[in-house]
Design a protein around this ligand. Structure first.
Ligand code: KET
Length: 452
């Protein structure tokens, strides 16, 4: 009770203090006599006045907001090529057969309970995840110098890694490619890192700006953290060649940078889990340290299960042990410990030779379908005589094509053709099917000829 007025309840007075603080922060309100404001608050309490009255409407997320807009569109021909989520030839979400089998095995196992996992997650899952990305014969694993914790898919793993770096690493600047996945700068900034960019994509060649990359990283202060997409760079679909990776590795090591790999598409780029992990493994082979965030959203289709991992490759087992102890202090106040179900599915699949082999076949089929969509879209544009060179559609790799379409063309395609994609012209090839390719090709043709 403030005691200023008998009409003001304790709740009102708390609410008043919060509103005043927020208002001062936002600079929204003019100074008002506090007693008057308490009284006016008490009058309106229970009649629709919210303590959040002055809050602004936030914009939709640039990627997930595309799905929100798509869902509102009643058109029968609408097509969602926004979010990177795999669809079948029939345009339906896919639950992998191995995932169904693993879930059945889990259900049939009467000994399973729903106890909390440790802060670091499911131990088997962590071991198997490190092996998946680093390779079974990785010296770092054999020497026990990898600290792995289960994370909330790729995003959560990146976030935990970033928070750890803010607390324990001397250089709090992270260099991210330009462009990159739209959530990267947000995740790293909110974790307390300072975000800078390095050139990555050259719109003129629709390929890697390798010279720009080397120049920008060459000028970065030693010790900086450098974010690298392990494969299938999002949104560009442009990856360095193995020779270019080797040059990047030499530069990173010579300047004492700390590489932080984001591996959200292992198996999706080439169809091979090992090929898509080569970049990471090169950096482990030189004995240096690194971070790697893994996601099972795409390669196992476990999007909504939120299952991923963060591995920190260290110089020694002793350091890895201490790093793990500190990762626990990051995780505990954030979400306490990770969810059980998704990690149990992954551990079943990775830990069983037959399920693992079946998974690689299903994964390859998804990757191949995407590659065939690239060919079909490319052919469809060629046969329409659509102005421009569209060969980047078949050269780019992974889930996305970075079409080169501009914001105006994208808006036109959404309005006139009900095709939904991110405003930077990225399309998810995994959302296409043989049935929908002609519709997309018509739309691109119309957009390109109308807005040259
Ligand atoms: N890294 C990259 C490069 C990435 O593209 C995504 C997801 C993630 C991490 C995180 O995924 P998670 O579901 O947290 O494991 N990208 C797609 C979905 C999204 O934006 O959330 C996308 O770009 O469409």
């Amino acid at each position: 009770m403030t005691g200023t007025s008998p009409a003001v309840s304790p709740l009102d007075s708390v609410a008043f203090r919060r509103i005043s603080a927020v208002s001062r922060h936002l600079g929204h309100r003019s100074e008002m006599d506090s007693q008057d404001q308490s009284l006016s608050l008490s009058k309106t309490a229970g009649h629709g006045f919210s303590v959040f009255e002055s809050i602004n409407q936030a914009p939709e997320d640039p990627i997930l907001g595309v799905t929100v807009a798509y869902n509102k569109d009643p058109s029968p021909v609408k097509l969602n090529l926004g979010v990177g989520a795999y669809r079948t030839e029939e345009g339906k979400p896919l639950v992998l057969n191995v995932v169904k089998q693993a879930e059945q095995l889990l259900i049939n196992d009467g000994s399973r309970v729903k106890e909390y996992l440790p802060i670091t997650g499911l131990a088997d899952f962590n071991k198997l995840s490190a092996t998946l990305i680093l390779g079974a014969d990785s010296p770092a694993i054999l020497e026990k110098r990898v600290a792995t914790v289960q994370g909330l898919s790729g995003t959560g793993s990146l976030r935990v890694g970033a928070e750890f770096l803010t607390r324990h690493y001397y250089n709090r600047t992270i260099y991210i490619p330009l462009p990159t996945w739209g959530n990267h700068p947000k995740v790293f900034t909110i974790a307390g890192l300072s975000v800078k960019t390095y050139r990555y994509y050259d719109p003129a060649t629709r390929g890697l700006d390798f010279q720009g990359l080397l120049e920008d990283l060459g000028l970065a202060p030693s010790g900086a953290v450098v974010l690298l997409h392990a494969c299938a760079h999002n949104p560009t679909g442009v990856d360095p060649t193995p020779e270019q990776w080797e040059q990047i590795r030499q530069l990173i090591r010579s300047k004492g940078f700390l590489p932080f790999f984001d591996s959200a598409y292992q198996g999706f780029a080439s169809g091979s889990l090992d090929t898509d992990a080569q970049s990471v493994r090169m950096f482990v082979a030189d004995g240096g340290e690194l971070f790697a965030a893994q996601s099972y959203a795409k390669n196992m289709g476990l999007y909504g299960e939120r299952v991923g991992a963060l591995s920190v490759v260290c110089k020694s087992a002793a350091v890895a042990g201490r790093v793990e102890s500190q990762l626990k202090l990051v995780i505990r106040p954030m979400y306490s410990n990770p969810p059980l179900h998704g990690a149990s599915i992954v551990a079943k699949i990775l830990g069983d030779r037959n399920l693992f082999n079946e998974w690689t076949v299903e994964l390859k089929a998804m990757a191949d379908r995407i590659i065939s969509m690239r060919k079909q879209l490319y052919d469809a544009l060629c046969s329409r005589g659509t102005p421009g060179d569209w060969s980047h559609i078949i050269k780019q790799i992974g889930m996305f094509t970075f079409t080169g379409l501009n914001t105006e063309q994208v808006a036109f395609m959404t309005k006139e053709y009900h095709i939904y994609m991110t405003s930077d012209g990225r399309i998810s090839m995994a959302g296409l099917s043989s049935r929908t390719v002609p519709h997309l090709a018509d739309a691109i043709h119309a957009a390109v000829t109308r807005f040259a």
